[in-house]
Design a protein around this ligand. Structure first.
Ligand code: CU
Length: 168
């Protein structure tokens, strides 16, 4: 398990990326930064749509009443399923070199924000734990719970995913 928790670390990285982009012009820089982080910017993919998560995997997330159960469920079928479906670099430790990594992780964070909205009193069991490694994270789990306080929001957080996408 990631020290501090997988979802809090994911959100901390998204927040850091957004802060970095706020100091730059345009979204072209996102693709450049993502593509230049590992390797030579050459992204490999080996697409297999049969490995994508199903709509039922996403809708089932709302049924989890504890953070620990929710985190385990989203990390498994929903998160890993997209990594495996895209294939190539997305299945390896160099997955951040693929711009899809950042879109995918932002969507995972969005789904967590949506779940938080539906379970406002449910918190991770380790709110006082510091995310590690500290040079990369170094904040407490509690510090990444509220995306509004982190300075961003998801426009679709209040819509059903089936309304936004043609999911079958
Ligand atoms: Cu991932």
């Amino acid at each position: 398990m990631v020290p501090g928790g997988w979802l809090p670390c994911l959100r901390s990285v998204i927040r850091s990326l957004l802060s970095s982009l706020a100091c730059r012009e345009g979204t072209q820089d996102l693709a450049y930064r993502a593509g230049s982080g590992f390797g030579e910017g050459q992204v490999t993919r080996d697409w297999d749509a049969s490995l994508l998560p199903h709509k039922s995997d996403v809708t089932a997330l709302n049924g989890f009443a504890t953070f620990t159960a929710f985190q385990a469920a989203i990390e498994g079928a929903v998160h890993a399923g997209v990594h495996n479906a895209v294939g190539g670099d997305m299945e390896t430790g160099s997955s951040p070199s693929d711009p899809l990594f950042w879109l995918h992780h932002a969507n995972i964070d969005r789904l967590w924000a949506k779940w938080q909205k539906q379970h406002p009193s449910v918190k991770p069991p380790n709110m006082t734990e510091t995310l590690r490694p500290t040079p990369l994270f170094g904040v407490k789990v509690a510090a990444v719970q509220n995306i509004t306080k982190l300075g961003y929001k998801y426009a679709s957080a209040y819509r059903a995913d089936s309304e936004r996408y043609n999911m079958s």
